[in-house]
Design a protein around this ligand. Sequence first.
Ligand code: UTP
Length: 309
Amino acid sequence: MTVTKAVIPAAGLGTRFLPATKAVPKELLPVVDVPAIEYVVREASAAGLSNVLLITGKTKGAILDHFDRAWDVEALLEEKGDLTRLRAIRQSAELAIIHAVRQPAPRGLGHAVLCAKEHVGDEPFAVLLGDDLIDARDPLLTNMIAVRQALGGSVVALMRVPRDQISLYGSAAAEPVPGVVTPELPAGSVFRLSELVEKPSPAEAPSDFAIIGRYVLDPAVFAVLEETAPGRGGEIQLTDALAALAQVDPAAGGGLHGVVFSGRRYDTGDRLDYLKAVVRMALDHPELGADFGAWLTEFVDGKDRDSSQ
Ligand code: UTP
């Protein structure tokens, strides 16, 4: 069965970014002139996932407004003949069919995914974290979907990180799957996973592979999530459910693989990573890139700082 649905959890509290996220969802923080979550929906749409379910929560209503038509602003821009901006504000409403469900309380990523159960039904589906940006030039989701088609079960994205950073992520023990799994991926980039741990200490970490915010899940995950007790931080952890799913018989939708990603990725819920994302995207921006790049070079050379003193 092909994957057509994407679930985008965006109901977290964003405490790392307070006070900016007191009233504004972190998923709407702009990365240059586009909110972070629009890049995520663009990625889902580019991978052929035109059915998008947003998991939202309290204070997150503006996310839905962003993906709705804005007739009043559109009329104004039309009147002024500002077709570039008109296209830009229409784009977010045309990327996909957007659905939404509210997570009653932020009880963890696993709980957020469980809120998608009725919408997803009995199909494999993708999960893209609403604050996690993957550079559009670095294909990941399409490769993960191809691995799911080839091997069944569920698939996560893995990134090698320095040992001292592994406690920021979930990690897993990983055995390479021999040979070429799909023509899109070189041999050695797909791993069979076991022993998943959420935010392990460097000593406990089963490997230096971190699980990052893209998943292709078998619907068997829902039954597992229903049985998953709150784990680290008192939250229902998706990593704990995936650890259990890795042990389930493949005939019953179990089994877990990882695809190694080595491209550009930013956690915009983390302030430092957010700043890096803004700088990178600003340098690539068709209108701003050249001027921003010139200023940044001066700034790094100390010229701009000297002249402003
Ligand atoms: P994070 O752990 O990055 O989000 O979850 P958070 O809890 O908002 O972060 P901090 O620590 O308070 O700053 C990853 C993704 O899962 C969503 C978040 O919105 C984010 O997109 N999430 C997390 C939910 O939808 N519900 C939850 O209960 C937790």
